[in-house]
Ligand binder design. Structure first.
Ligand code: ADP
Ligand code: MG
Length: 395
């Protein structure tokens, strides 16, 4: 997959509309994690530095109409600090005030529009809205990989009206994820965890014939264990996915994929910080307890299975890592991936919660790539051509 990568020179003196993902956590006007802003700095610096007149557009949260708490104003302030340049903010996305602000931009200037989801037309990919957003500009740069699975006005619609290019973050995501999906070095391991099997079915189906090792932990493992006839107590289970799990187990065997499931688990009465935690073998989960993390024998087994692996894709925590008593499994996998990276493996982490977990484990910089996408990364791995990427393809 080859993208039309924007060259900074192309932006010189041009009015450029750039789609970013500034969907950062904000409480009481304060940004608690600016990682998403930082992820776009390379593109912003390059285009503004080359003399582009940049209009940045993003969503924030899921507003129903104009919601003052979901204004992007605090992001403009943070962006100014990060790039050490003034950033103009306008309280709208289209209309006279916006058009005036765009016409007064000089080479290198940066303007941030208000939360594009304040307009319901955004998520409907309304053509009139997309046109109004696009028209004051001369080119479009799509840098928001994490929003590329959505065919919205600002991620897809505007591309109908402007020559469209990929920003540097978009290019990096697509490049690395394409290697993992289409051309991985073997042996290749896929590690899946998290809450739900149903979120990951497409990924399993697309990747099963490509991987050598499949490791399943987290809440989703219990549906597979139930499919093998084990009693899982009150652990998470998707009963309507047990048949899928059975088929998958058989298919993995037929394809010669080495499949690893937990052999012991940390159980408790309920998922809270002060819960009394016990380690039990997988076939001895008490009726009234639930599995909330993989156990120490499983950690050993999974780490052994990963030894010598050349490519790893990890999506989904091994346990309820948000609670300290149940974070060991997730931390151990994060550490193992860091080791593999140091040995030259390509290690890629995807998913919103998994990215937060690798950060919490202090291993964010020790792996090859932490994808900024959640849903987008999963859909990419399912083999889909994302609607926000399609207009960026080199024909
Ligand atoms: P991602 O956002 O990385 O794709 P998911 O959303 O699929 O990951 O899963 C993350 C969630 O799964 C976390 O909130 C975590 O607490 C939960 N989880 C992991 N293991 C278990 C478990 N054994 N029981 C219940 N929830 C779990
Ligand atoms: Mg999640």
């Amino acid at each position: 997959m080859k993208l039309k990568r924007v060259k900074p020179d192309q932006a010189k003196g041009k009015r450029v509309l750039a789609r970013v993902d500034f969907n950062v956590p904000i409480k009481g006007g304060r940004i608690s994690d600016d990682g998403r802003i930082v992820s776009h700095l390379e593109m912003i610096d390059a285009l503004s530095g080359a003399g582009g007149r940049l209009t940045l557009v993003s969503h924030l949260g899921r507003p129903k109409g104009k919601t003052p708490e979901l204004s992007l104003k605090p992001v403009a302030t943070r962006l100014e600090e990060l790039i050490e340049k003034p950033v103009t903010f306008v309280h709208d996305c289209i209309g006279d005030e916006v058009n005036a602000a765009i016409s007064s931009l000089k080479d290198g200037d940066i303007l941030l529009l208000e939360n594009v989801r304040f307009y319901p037309q955004e998520e409907k990919n309304d053509p009139q809205f997309a046109k109004a957003l696009a028209l004051p500009h001369q080119m479009f740069v799509m840098d928001a990989f994490s929003a590329a699975h959505r065919a919205h006005a600002s991620t897809r619609g505007v591309a109908e009206y402007l020559p469209s290019f990929a920003g540097s973050l978009m290019c990096r995501e697509v490049e690395i994820l394409s290697v993992v999906r289409d051309d991985p070095k073997h042996p290749f391991a896929l590690i899946l965890g998290g809450a739900k099997v149903s979120d990951k079915i497409g990924v399993i189906e697309n990747m099963l014939s490509k991987v050598d090792v499949l490791i399943i932990g987290g809440g989703m493992a219990f549906t597979f264990l139930a499919a093998q006839g084990l009693s899982i107590g009150r652990s998470l289970c998707e009963h309507d996915k047990i048949d899928f799990a059975k088929e998958m187990l058989k298919s993995a065997k037929d394809k010669g994929v080495k499949l690893f499931l937990p052999v012991d688990v940390a159980v408790a009465n309920e998922a809270n910080e002060s819960a009394e935690r016990r380690i039990v073998p997988i076939d001895q989960i008490p009726e009234d307890q639930m599995g909330l993390d993989i156990g120490p024998e499983t950690i050993k087994l999974f780490c052994q299975a990963l030894t010598g692996i050349k490519t790893v894709l990890w999506n989904g925590p091994m346990g309820v890592f948000e609670l300290p008593p149940f974070k060991n499994g997730t931390e151990a996998i994060a550490k193992k991936l860091s080791e593999l990276t140091a040995e030259g493996a390509l290690t890629v982490v995807g998913g919103g919660d998994t990215a937060a977990a690798i950060k919490a484990a202090g291993c964010e910089r020790a792996v090859s790539h932490v994808s900024t996408g959640g849903g987008a990364t999963l859909e990419f791995m399912e083999g889909k051509l994302l609607p926000g990427i399609e207009p960026l393809l080199e024909k």
